[in-house]
Design a protein around this ligand. Structure first.
Ligand SMILES: *Cc1c(COP(=O)(O)O)cnc(C)c1O
Length: 500
């Protein structure tokens, strides 16, 4: 009896024979390799409504009572996604700030899932935790930030900024803000300072963490969309006179709209003199510190109290991968740890549960750890510099096209708009500007629908402008040169229709 029981193996419906696992895995990898081979011939995006996509999915179907063949399911899922997705891995994807995924990262995610390490605690993930710690150090090194900083991988730039924000909140409070919250703040209200070009994470952070969005002091920007230092000083001075507490000053290394880099060295010394936490949002641009030919102000990030970066942007990691760095590791730990400090004896293991918001955590560091070593520092230097160079080439191509107006070009973001020849002299006339705004807005819709390329938009001085951002190791010279022709062709057709 006992012998029989020992050899009994439970058969769970979710399990799979290793033979099936092999066959399905090989087949999936083959399909994905074919997809990558052909990606340049695909449309960048689909032209379908949400209703159509829901129809294709059979979205209203109820949960199936019984199971189905995993081979068929995986094939079906692959078909659905390959036929109905936007491909940011396409060489002509230049929308928002989303990179092509590094192939090694795709495989890394699979490996991470197979080990299924839980990086909340060291014991649950001994090697994985040490690999994450190494990844954090390497990210800091790539940026020129002190590599003995505290850091943690998070889901993206928003979350990376949030963690830094919370570390700054504990630092600024001269009372136990974690216990008392903001209800019992015995001091003045917290204020945070950020330029008008700052990403919306700042609204979410002030809202979510109890300050309220009215605590944001929106500082005006100069001609190049950089924070205006004298306006900043004035705002801080006024608030301090009123008894308010400046909690954090935000500098951005590469704004979302135009890629502007705030004067980070000046911000750093101002913050140091005035004892205010200096945070740099480098979600988009921080890794451009690796490139030679960029605004040297970017190196001011090395002086920040905290930096948020996004490996899923310029390190080309597949989504998701963000990273928070805090100069003093203790200041990060303090904001999240519910272990009393007397549990610290000497060389302790890293338990990431003490360094962020999550409890159970996946191994998102692995894909970054792999990519950094596949290409090395020099590989990233080359790819990021190439993205920047190609953006400038694109800008030049736009400048050389009579019907296109080139506007800004910073890091790897350039903005421009379509202006029909006969309207060029009327540039600035309110009625013309209104027409140009609606023309370019509709043109963007047409371009996306065409699937020939994918760009997004910005609003600069009340003008609706088109915006291309190259964070894409697949983009080449010929792709860049194709942009003016495609834009003008759709622009002309649309202008004719609108004026008919
Ligand atoms: C992308 C970006 C964010 C938000 O990052 P997510 O990864 O999308 O969460 C914040 N700030 C800047 C400057 C960004 O470019």
């Amino acid at each position: 009896m006992a012998k029989v029981r020992a050899t009994e193996k439970r058969i769970a419906p979710i399990d799979m024979s290793t033979g099936d696992f092999r066959r399905m895995g090989y087949k999936l990898v083959d399909r994905l390799a074919d997809f990558m081979d052909n990606i340049a011939n695909c449309k960048v995006s689909i032209d379908k409504t949400p209703e159509q996509v829901r129809g294709i999915l059979d979205a209203q179907r109820e949960v199936p009572e019984n199971g189905a063949s995993p081979t068929e399911l995986l094939t079906h899922a692959t078909d659905l996604l390959l036929d109905n997705s936007l491909f940011n891995g396409h060489p002509r994807f230049w929308g928002y700030i989303t990179s092509s995924p590094a192939p090694i990262g795709i495989l890394g995610d699979m490996l991470a899932s197979a080990i299924n390490a839980n990086l909340g605690g060291w014991q649950l993930s001994p090697m994985a935790t040490e690999m994450e710690a190494q990844t954090v150090r390497w990210i800091a090194e790539l940026l020129g930030y002190p590599s003995n900083c505290g850091g943690i991988l998070v889901s993206g730039g928003n979350m990376a900024n949030f963690l830094c924000f919370l570390a700054a909140r504990v630092e600024a409070a001269k009372y136990n803000v974690q216990a008392k919250g903001l209800n019992e703040n015995p001091n003045g209200p917290f204020r945070v300072y950020a330029s008008k070009e700052t990403h919306t994470w700042i609204q979410k952070a002030t809202d979510l963490f109890g300050l309220g969005t009215d605590s944001i002091r929106w500082i005006k920007t100069d001609q190049k969309q950089r924070i205006d230092l004298s306006a900043l000083r004035e705002a801080v001075k006024n608030d301090r006179q009123n008894g308010d507490i400046p909690m954090m000053i935000v500098g951005t290394a590469g704004t979302v709209s135009t890629g502007a880099v705030d004067p980070l060295p000046e911000l750093a010394s101002y913050c140091r003199e005035n004892k205010i936490w200096f945070h740099v949002d480098g979600a988009y641009g921080a890794f451009a510190a690796l490139a030679d030919d960029v605004d040297q102000a970017i190196h001011g990030l090395s002086e920040a109290d905290s930096v948020a970066v996004d490996p899923h942007k310029w390190l080309y990691a597949p989504l998701e991968a963000g990273c928070s760095l805090v100069r003093d590791p203790e200041k990060l730990r303090r904001a999240f740890s519910y272990h009393p400090p007397y549990y610290h004896f000497g060389e302790e293991a890293t338990n990431y549960v003490d360094f962020g918001m999550q409890n159970s955590r996946g191994f998102r560091a692995l894909k970054v750890w792999l990519a950094i070593q596949q290409v090395g520092k020099s590989g990233y230097q080359r790819m990021i510099s190439e993205d920047i160079r190609l953006t400038r080439e694109m800008f030049r191509a736009v400048e050389n096209t009579p019907e296109l107006e080139a506007l800004t070009c910073d890091l790897s973001i350039m903005t421009f708009r379509y202006v029909p020849v006969d309207l060029q002299e009327k540039d600035g006339d309110p009625e013309t500007e209104e027409y140009l705004n609606s023309l370019n807005e509709e043109l963007l819709v047409r371009l996306k629908r065409s699937g020939e390329l994918f760009i997004s938009n910005a609003v600069i001085n009340d003008r609706f402008v088109l915006r291309a951002c190259i964070v894409n190791f697949r983009t080449s010279q010929s792709d860049v040169e194709a942009l003016p022709e495609i834009t003008v062709r759709h622009g002309q057709a649309l202008d004719r229709e609108l004026r008919a």
